[in-house]
Design a protein. Structure first.
Length: 240
């Protein structure tokens, strides 16, 4: 009889353990967990959390055909530093980090001004989904669709990811700062094709800056706060 109780208690404890490992997490708790698992990220946690919040909101609403990759651009830091981060969400690792340009009227070395206006030559903040590729004046390029009030004209403005020779350490050394685009998030020539091949066709692309208006008005960030995430990395509308 004692052995039966012993086995029953052990089995009950095992069930509790298995259930605890599959307990859904609030988005902020899941963000902290994933952030700690990604090596060599060198991205501020709060920016990562906001990026992941929007990513899961878009995933939950069926907006991401390519859900494996998350692109984050930290416009709060110097353009002379690597501020583009490509994360493989499935494998939980950073697979690329790179220089990336902002618009010529967004600022010099540091980004300051942002716009959704045609011919503003400024960067637009917020969440995008990547789209189709094409070959244009800058070679292989990738279109993007803006998903927020502050980047809704991305298509009209021809905001695309493309290569540029002014996105290089050589240009920085000669001019004291990175080169600038007409509003596009331009990447270095070396390696950009590999990045585009991964993130094209429906992945999440987030351009961040601590703009008070954007952070308070972004519906994607607001709605994403209500999600919980299970151990498999799938979001739910159920909130705590």
């Amino acid at each position: 009889m004692k052995s039966i109780w012993t086995y029953s208690l052990s089995f009950f404890c095992l069930l509790l353990f298995l259930n605890s490992t599959n307990t859904p997490l609030k988005i902020e708790d899941y963000s902290k967990k994933l952030y700690s698992e990604i090596d060599n990220l060198s991205l501020d946690y709060h920016i990562f959390h906001k990026s992941l919040t929007g990513y899961f909101h878009l995933l939950q609403n069926g907006k991401l055909k390519n859900s494996r990759y998350l692109s984050i651009v930290d416009m709060s830091t110097s353009a002379n530093k690597e501020r583009y981060f490509l994360i493989d969400v499935k494998e939980k690792k950073l697979i690329a980090k790179s220089l990336i340009a902002h618009g010529k009227n967004t600022g010099s070395e540091f980004a300051k001004y942002f716009s959704n206006t045609v011919n503003s030559y400024q960067t637009s903040l917020g969440f995008y989904t990547t789209a189709e590729t094409y070959n244009g004046g800058n070679g292989l390029s990738m279109r993007m669709d803006g998903l927020e009030y502050c980047n809704s004209k991305a298509r009209v403005r021809d905001i695309v990811v493309h290569k540029a020779d002014y996105v290089s350490y050589e240009f920085i050394k000669e001019h004291g700062r990175l080169g600038r685009s007409y509003g596009c998030p331009a990447l270095p020539i070396n390696g950009y094709e590999k990045i585009i091949s991964k993130i094209k066709d429906g992945s999440c692309f987030f351009i961040y800056y601590p703009d008070k208006k954007y952070l308070s008005q972004s519906k994607i960030l607001k709605k994403g706060k209500e999600l919980i995430i299970n151990e498999e990395g799938f979001p739910s509308e159920i909130s705590f």
